[in-house]
Design a binder for this molecule. Structure first.
Ligand SMILES: Nc1nc2c(ncn2[C@@H]2O[C@H](COP(=O)(O)OP(=O)(O)O)[C@@H](O)[C@H]2O)c(=O)[nH]1
Ligand SMILES: [Mg+2]
Length: 278
């Protein structure tokens, strides 16, 4: 199965970002820590042009810590700095702010050398849908200013939120859609709830999740989901989970549709453990 996804507003959102980029010193690109490479949008990095880019691995609480270290090192090899954050409890926010001010220092020094006054660093937050942009903004601001979980809206007048004396955030995050290059990436993005739900079949994505678990975390299948035998096709494993969890239709047949929905929910909430996908 391949994922076909052509959301509307793409051109408009892109123009919006291009316009807003003119006003900032740097862009914080949020990537889901569980699959940062799959969330990456080369288009966004290209239109950011000469602006400094910092990658923020979001939802780090849901990712496998070993993979997170590995992924961050891979970005570092490309010369791209990475900070990680759990925006639900703010863990990592200090590191993020430190990285922003370190990154801006070079520019600030240049301003000083030219005898100009140093102003606060102006920062735009950007990323794909659902990656946690609004939650991240709220976390840094410390109160509810950006709407979370909402549909992408229309940008109103630009506002700057002062985080510290030396850092200002643009209140409207830049929304970009991921380019889906292959089926694997599409599946990961569906699993992470980044791709809209009408673009995929839950059944297919749940089977993909089972394949990931088999490969990376068989203990989740054996211990958490209490499966006895996982050396069988994923369709059969799914069937077994339905029965174990008591998801049955009126006629007594397994309600695999329900099982799929709940498996995806459990993964997204981190109930299956910290699992990375890239
Ligand atoms: N576990 C966890 N969930 C998060 C984190 N950041 C955001 N979320 C959740 O991810 C979902 C999407 O977040 P939102 O900020 O609306 O994403 P946006 O579309 O990029 O603005 C919401 O349900 C958030 O509660 C995080 O650091 N950890
Ligand atoms: Mg949002």
């Amino acid at each position: 199965m391949s994922i076909n996804w052509y959301p509307g507003h793409m051109v408009k959102a892109r123009r919006e970002i291009e316009k807003n980029l003119k006003m900032v010193d740097m862009v914080l690109i949020l990537l889901d820590a569980r699959a940062p490479f799959s969330c990456r949008n080369i288009d966004l990095e290209r239109i950011a042009g000469k602006k400094r880019i910092i990658m923020i691995f979001s939802k780090v609480d849901l990712a496998d810590p070993n993979d997170t270290r590995k992924f961050a090192a891979q970005f570092a090899e490309e010369g791209i700095p990475v900070a990680t954050i759990n925006s639900l409890n703010g863990k990592g926010s200090k590191g993020v702010l430190q990285l922003v001010s370190d990154t801006f220092r070079e520019q600030a020094d240049k301003l000083l050398a030219r005898g100009r006054r140093v102003r606060a660093a102006r920062v735009m937050v950007a990323g794909v849908p659902n990656v946690g942009k609004s939650t991240f903004l709220n976390c840094l601001v410390g109160k509810k200013v950006a709407q979370t979980g909402a549909k992408p809206g229309v940008t109103r007048g630009q506002q700057w939120i002062r985080i510290r004396d030396d850092i200002e955030l643009m209140d409207t995050p830049g929304l970009m859609w991921p380019k889906i290059e292959n089926d694997q990436q599409g599946m990961k993005l569906a699993l992470l709830n980044i791709v809209g739900e009408n673009a995929y079949q839950e059944y297919e994505v749940a089977l993909f999740l089972l394949e990931v678990l088999k490969e990376k975390k068989p203990d989740v299948l054996l211990d958490k989901l209490k499966l006895k035998d996982i050396n069988k096709p994923n369709e059969e494993i799914l069937y077994d989970i339905s029965i174990l969890r008591g998801h049955l239709l009126k006629e007594g047949r397994p309600d695999t549709a329900k099982t799929c929905k709940l498996l995806l929910q459990d993964f997204r909430k981190g109930k299956l453990g910290r699992i990375s996908l890239d």
